[in-house]
Write a protein that binds this ligand. Structure first.
Ligand code: TIU
Length: 228
C-alpha cells in the first residue's frame, strides 16, 4: 500500500514492516524528569504523545509488530562510557540520583516508558546504551529473524536518537518512514531540520509522512454492504 510521503510515496509492506517507537521515557517527557531538570521544555515532546497513541492503537488493531526502545544503562554503569558520563559537565549526570530515580539507569522509574504508550506483553523492548537503537543491542537480529525490512519510526528526540537510529537502519539496508508529528525535540528548529535531513536528496535516509497518512493506509476499510 502506498503512503503519501516526502520525498515520494512510501510503499508499505504489511508482511515486512515494524513500528519502532524510540525512547518515549518518563525522564525525557515528564515534568520533573531528567530532561526538565536540565531546563528543557518537555511540552515540545509531550505534543507527540497523542499522535503516537493514535498510531499505536491503529497499528496494534491491524495486527502489525511493534518494537519499543529505551536509552539507559546497567545499574553498575559498566556499559556507560566515561565520555558519556562526563558529558554535559553538570553537577548531575547519567547514573546519579535524579528526580525520578537514578538517571537513565534500567529499572528506575524515570527510565521506563510513559504509561500512555506502555508496551504490551510480547512487544520487544530494546534497552540501548547509545543514541542509535542498533549499537550494542539485539535489534538487528530481531528484525532479521522476523523478516522485517521496513521501519516506521517515531519517538524522541528527532535530531538525536531518532536520527541516529534511522541512519544506522539505512546503512543496514532498511527503508525507514519517519512519522513527523510522532517525533519531537526540545528544540523546534532541530526537529524541523532533523526531518528535512532525512527526506532531502531524494530521501537520503528515508521518508517523512504525518501520522494520519500512515493510519489511513493501515486501517481496515469500511466494508461496502451494498444498497439497502
Ligand atoms: N533519546 C534521545 O534522544 N536521547 C537524548 O539524550 N536526547 C536528547 O535530545 N538529549
Amino acid at each position: 500500500m502506498a503512503i503519501p510521503a516526502e520525498p515520494y510515496a512510501f510503499e508499505l509492506r504489511p508482511d515486512a514492516v515494524a513500528l519502532l517507537i524510540i525512547d518515549m521515557q518518563r525522564d525525557f517527557l515528564e515534568p520533573g524528569g531528567f530532561g526538565a531538570m536540565l531546563g528543557n521544555d518537555v511540552g515540545q515532546l509531550r505534543r507527540t504523545i497523542a499522535p503516537n497513541q493514535a498510531l499505536l492503537a491503529a497499528w496494534r488493531a491491524a495486527g502489525l509488530p511493534v518494537i519499543h526502545t529505551r536509552e539507559g544503562h546497567r545499574p553498575d554503569l559498566s556499559d556507560l562510557p566515561p565520555a558519556k558520563k562526563a558529558r554535559g559537565n553538570g553537577p548531575t549526570t547519567i547514573g546519579d540520583a535524579g528526580p525520578m530515580g537514578r538517571i537513565l539507569v534500567r529499572g528506575e522509574p524515570g527510565h521506563d516508558i510513559i504509561p500512555e504508550l506502555y508496551p504490551l506483553p510480547g512487544e520487544p523492548v530494546i534497552d540501548k546504551p547509545g543514541k542509535g537503537a542498533f549499537f550494542a543491542t539485539d535489534l538487528h537480529a530481531i528484525l532479521h529473524n522476523r523478516g522485517i525490512s521496513q521501519l516506521v519510526v517515531t519517538g524522541v528526540t528527532t535530531e538525536v536518537c531518532v536520527n541516529t537510529t534511522v541512519r544506522e537502519a539505512n546503512d543496514r539496508g532498511f527503508d525507514c518512514l519517519v512519522v513527523a508529528d510522532c517525533c519531537g525535540s526540545y528544540f523546534p528548529e532541530f526537529h524541523e531540520m532533523g526531518l528535512r535531513m532525512i527526506k532531502a536528496q531524494g530521501g537520503i535516509f528515508g521518508w517523512v509522512a504525518p501520522s494520519g497518512a500512515v493510519i489511513a493506509a493501515i486501517e481496515p476499510k469500511t466494508q461496502y454492504k451494498g444498497a439497502a
